[in-house]
Design a protein around this ligand. Sequence first.
Ligand SMILES: Nc1nc2c(c(=O)[nH]1)N[C@H]1C(S)=C(S)[C@@H](COP(=O)(O)O)O[C@H]1N2
Ligand SMILES: [Mo]
Length: 238
Amino acid sequence: MNAEPSEERDGRPIGRRVFLGTLGLGALGVAAAPVLQRGLEAVAGKDPTGLTGLLPNGGGFRYYSVAASVPHRTAADYRLKVDGLVDRPHTYTLADLRALPQTRLVRDVQCVTGWRVPGTPFEGVRLSRLLDLAGVGSSARAVRFTCFDGTYSESLTLAQARRADVLVALRMQDKDIGHDHGGPVRLYVAPMYFYKSAKWLSGITVTDRVEPGYWEHLGYDVDAWVGRSNGRTDDPTS
Ligand SMILES: Nc1nc2c(c(=O)[nH]1)N[C@H]1C(S)=C(S)[C@@H](COP(=O)(O)O)O[C@H]1N2
Ligand SMILES: [Mo]
């Protein structure tokens, strides 16, 4: 298991710099279609996790979705299910999550492709709190995250998931998280590259082993510490 990274590592952009804002790819979403995605990757130096347009007024963020379209969820119909190797599986509404103690973190956001947004406030419920409320079983080793886009997934080891700087985030940049940023609820894994911060979070499943997430199946590191992983275990572009 990886040691903790030093928190205050300089946040210099790492990896290939990609600037696709002017191409307006955000409107497309990023293609679920592999052929189109390969085309886009070629444009972006074959580094897919930052392929996006700039969000209008996004303050440096780039919109990213591997699903071509994502349903909207409101306070009325949003649900977060916590299940797997737990004593007390539970489904939370947005109101339930808002009623739990909130933690605020102000950290840099860093995508593996190099774009970075310094000092971004996130607020929400510590993942460790939800795990404690659920009662994690003794055979548990990892946590898997699923999303209501129907496609994306992520994972953390149990030790990573219990860190104080991992949030089930309800607010970002001092606003409720809007749809484009993965609202109403996204994961925020502060010490890792932003691909760990699954948008449109709908499921937290405690498991007995790490199941690699969407990008991790495509070669990105599961232990995605900023400054300590280059985002790929093998680099098909080199
Ligand atoms: N569900 C989902 N979550 C996701 C992604 C995605 O495509 N789908 N992309 C990841 C990547 S690579 C990045 S850089 C960030 C982008 O977040 P933003 O759109 O709020 O800038 O979301 C991460 N979480
Ligand atoms: Mo990314």
